[in-house]
Design a protein around this ligand. Structure first.
Ligand SMILES: Cc1cc2nc3c(=O)[nH]c(=O)nc-3n(C[C@H](O)[C@H](O)[C@H](O)COP(=O)(O)OP(=O)(O)OC[C@H]3O[C@@H](n4cnc5c(N)ncnc54)[C@H](O)[C@@H]3O)c2cc1C
Ligand SMILES: NC(=O)c1ccc[n+]([C@@H]2O[C@H](COP(=O)([O-])OP(=O)(O)OC[C@H]3O[C@@H](n4cnc5c(N)ncnc54)[C@H](O)[C@@H]3O)[C@@H](O)[C@H]2O)c1
Length: 504
């Protein structure tokens, strides 16, 4: 297998051009990259009164807006709508056959991007006082860089150049012109048969969305389960949901090579071309397109980071300390290129922290224990913090067949669990089910505030909400607290006193 490569395929962002501010001069803060991390860094530093130059080589908004969160959640919304229409019969609602207009689905996706784009636009950045320019940055020294050949100098800088999809160098794969999360948005027709390589968050989300829209999807995942970073039970529930959507899910097998076929027709023309993926268990998958979703690599090549004195780790991520400082104390890094969990909320939090630390000389630190993650499959998987098998923790878990909202909607596949430390404080959680991401927020807030499960239990929750799952997990701990020997002695003494008092 030759070395994996970062894709260089054309992106929806590539041909955009927009008016730039002049770049020459010395800036308090140079921000490299206009994705979430860079945008938040520029806004923050601009609001604090620093002279800021944000340089973006393509369009401001980054992966999240153009090729990541926004299009994927828009596509999932269409896929989920199709699935719910088909499933309406179980609730007594019959809609006949469900037809998907893929062009209209993609128009909806582009509409969602267009609705959010102004928030991330160069003009929005300028309103906070920062200058914004289109160009590619290359560092020439510890305090100097070039923007498309024009020299700039900076007192401090924030690197925020993100990450890009990996395409493994397997025989025949590149020749099959595989889609990635960068290019899948350019599809004008739904592939009849789609092979998704990788069963991580991208493979599961896009695989489920496209299957629900009518594609015959096969997911090939090298690990023994999908969403391998999540709890086994979460993987198991998502596995069953994907299969129920008609996905041919193959775990524990890897792609070895890709060949071509003509649908069994020896006289077939290139128009009939199909791809035959060979897996390492000897099986094959025949498909019309391949979508590669096997992870990402940092966008740190060609930045001149050697000249800037910025150290990279062996995988190419920028090495940062807990205050996001690189090995050059004038340069911080934020977002995907740090190797911290690659999420938009992490990138945004990093951008704010890196910029305020730079401009005000603070030493605010990242909080890795409080990073939530949500995979927006149906059901959703949401989790954060200490794992349930962590040392010295107690897990309180409620199956969703005990949650009335889940029963009412007939969607009981899932659970809510809280991970508690020795003092009963919330230090982690996993929720699997509809709106799991929303339910998780309460547990993250509890952990941030150092609250105990009994505070969650003692907080009134509207009935019947999906967050009853988290509440009931808190109640389970409340009941366990009540049955502890010391508590039983105290409540017993109070009860006896009260009985004596009211019997007078
Ligand atoms: C399909 C998909 C779905 C996702 N869904 C979610 C989700 O639901 N929730 C979530 O939290 N996260 C999600 N993510 C992850 C999220 O999109 C990223 O973590 C986030 O966008 C990273 O932001 P960033 O600012 O670090 O990098 P990016 O957004 O990648 O921004 C980097 C910017 O730097 C620019 N750049 C690069 N090199 C240079 C240079 N030399 N000079 C100038 N500019 C340069 C690039 O053009 C780019 O605009 C998803 C990702 C994908 C791919
Ligand atoms: N909802 C969200 O927040 C969201 C959604 C999408 C992506 N993301 C972020 O983007 C990142 C990248 O996502 P991703 O799914 O591409 O990467 P990933 O690393 O999370 O998952 C890739 C999967 O591909 C498998 N794999 C690797 N090589 C393979 C091969 N040759 N054959 C078969 N399987 C192979 C791996 O075992 C792994 O399970 C994620 O880590 C995630 O944080 C977040």
């Amino acid at each position: 297998m030759s070395a994996p490569e970062t894709t260089r395929s054309p992106r929806v962002t590539d041909d955009a051009s927009w008016p730039s501010d002049p770049v020459a001069g010395t800036w308090d803060l140079l921000v490299v990259g206009g994705g979430t991390a860079g945008l938040v860094a520029a806004h923050t530093a601009g609001d604090l009164g620093a002279s800021v130059l944000l340089v973006e080589r393509s369009r401001t908004g980054g992966d999240c807006l153009w090729t990541g969160c926004v299009p994927s959640k828009s596509l999932l919304a269409a896929g989920h709508a199709a699935a719910e229409a088909r499933a309406g019969g179980s609730l007594g609602v019959h809609v006949g056959s469900v037809e998907v207009d893929f062009a209209a689905v993609m128009a909806h996706v582009r509409g969602a991007i267009a609705a959010i784009a102004p928030v991330d636009s160069p003009d929005a950045v300028r309103r906070s006082g920062a200058a914004v320019a289109q160009g590619t940055v290359r560092f020439t020294g510890p305090r100097t860089a070039e923007v498309d050949g024009t020299a700039v100098s900076f007192r401090q800088a924030v690197l925020a150049t993100g990450s890009a999809p990996i395409v493994p160098g397997l025989p025949g794969l590149r020749e099959s012109e595989p889609l990635t999360s960068d290019t899948v948005w350019d599809l004008t027709e739904l592939p009849a048969r789609l092979l998704v390589l990788g069963g991580g968050p991208i493979g599961c989300e896009l695989g489920q969305a496209l299957a629900r829209l009518g594609s015959q999807v096969t997911i090939v995942e090298a690990a023994d389960r999908v969403l391998a970073r999540e709890e086994q039970d979460a993987s198991r529930i998502v596995d069953a949901a994907l299969r129920a959507d008609g996905i041919d899910l193959r775990t524990g097998v890897a792609l070895t090579s890709v060949g071509t076929g003509t649908g069994g027709d020896p006289t077939g023309t290139p128009d009939d071309q199909e791809y035959v993926a060979h897996l390492d268990d000897g099986s094959t998958v025949t498909c019309d397109r391949i979508l590669v979703a096997v992870g990402r690599r940092p966008g740190t090549a060609d930045l001149g980071l050697d000249a800037a004195g910025v150290e990279l780790d062996e995988r190419g991520y920028v090495v940062v300390d807990d205050a996001l400082r690189t090995s050059n104390p004038r340069i911080r890094a934020a977002g995907d290129l740090t190797g911290h969990p690659p999420f938009t909320h992490v990138a945004g939090s990093h951008g704010s922290l890196a910029a305020s630390n730079a401009v005000l000389g603070l030493r605010r630190k990242v909080k890795p224990d409080l990073v939530p993650r949500v995979t927006y499959t149906s059901p959703e998987v949401a989790a954060f913090g200490v794992a349930p098998d962590g040392a010295g923790v107690t897990v309180r878990r409620v199956e969703h067949d005990e949650v009335d909202r889940a029963r009412a909607e007939g969607r009981t596949a899932g659970y809510s669990s809280l991970v508690l430390d020795r003092r009963g404080r919330v230090v982690g959680a996993t929720v699997v089910g509809p709106r799991a991401g929303e339910s998780l927020a309460e547990a993250v807030l509890a952990a941030q505030a150092g609250l105990r499960a009994r505070t969650v239990a003692g907080t009134m929750h509207a009935y019947p909400t999906w967050s009853d799952g988290v509440w009931k997990a808190g109640l389970a701990q409340g009941r366990a607290d009540l049955s502890a020997p010391t508590t039983r002695r105290v409540t017993g003494a109070l009860r006896r006193l009260r009985r004596a008092w009211v019997s007078r």
